[in-house]
Design a protein around this ligand. Sequence first.
Ligand code: HEM
Length: 378
Amino acid sequence: EAVVPFFGEHQAGITTPAQDRLHMAAFDVTTEDRKELIKLLKDWTAAAESMTTGQPTGRTGAVDGPYDAPPEDTGEALDLAAAKLTLTFGFGVGLFEKDGKARFGLEGRRPEALIDLPHFPGDDLQPGRTGGDIVIQACADDPQVAVHAIRNLARIGFGKVRVRWSQLGFGRTSSTSRAQVTPRNLFGFKDGTNNLKVEDNALLDEHVWVSSGPAGEQWMTGGSYLVARRIQMHIEIWDRTSLREQEGLIGRTKGVGAPLSGGDEFSTPDFAMAGRNGDPLIPMDAHVRLAHPDQNNGVRMLRRGYNFTDGSDGLGHLDAGLFFIAFVKDPRTHYVPMQLTLAKSDTLSVEYLKHTGSGLFAVPPGVQAGGFIGEGLF
Ligand code: HEM
């Protein structure tokens, strides 16, 4: 089945099985006209519905329009299937306010959880890879389908939005369903073993979906918050690190992904178990110890990231890493504290990673037929 339904209670692209490819783009909204913004969201909804079913955008598509006008669809996905395309939309702080002034009549509508993320130790964020008023995550099993989707949405938004940053990703770095095998990140380790999965209904309600909030925030009920972090990995240094050291930094074996306390990939880690020398088998600074719910007030997140390589860093190394994407109920409780811990104490983060881009977006609930993305906000 190559089609993932666009309409539903929640937006697709969160708990739906993670596809192989990503194209994410963040846009700055350049119009200040509320009507134009609403029209754009309606046009985007119609185009998203078409493209996720494998159809071109517009009434006349790529080749059936007037001969003397530019086609409504750009055409590069004409012979391709839907490839499980999902399009997930989110709103950044900048949609609600600019220079301290409300935009689009949205006074008092910015959700409290849509905070300005703090600066984390070691952050090296580039303005051209950070922020944005609206984000669109396109995931598909075919990269051309994902790129076509973002390109056509950008085209529809011409004159109203401007691409602020865009990121391609390959090789999903997490599973969101127990039916999927766990893929590997560019450090060569399985990533997504202890992720929240679509089968974990109660946990998703507790950790991912926004429940009914204060007045003025009802439009977010059934939505989520998307945290995006472009994390550059120092793979050249990693590749000169011993296997023992690598496994210690993660806290799992590289082969099967088992916790260093023993068992197989899905065994529960035993953080207290010590080796013959008295040291814990899972080191105190291991990534999986510091990121484990036991160390983080019980919080969990749904990770849905992708690997990336974007050419050279200009110093003779690949600019490669992990485009971290997580969906959480509230970034104040479910992201910021964990990121602070990792940025300070996780040797993996401190010595091998550099965050070069960042974004936080309020992802409204799913759209019903006849409605449009973010409708409840207007
Ligand atoms: C687990 C790698 C960044 C949160 C893991 C695992 C690996 C890994 C190999 C073990 C397998 C698994 O359960 O998925 C990486 C790499 C990163 C990165 C290479 C950056 C390039 C982050 C960040 C966060 C995070 C930024 C959150 C702020 C987690 C969590 C787990 C985890 C919550 C599951 C821990 C557990 O419950 O066992 N990561 N990670 N990771 N990571 Fe990361």
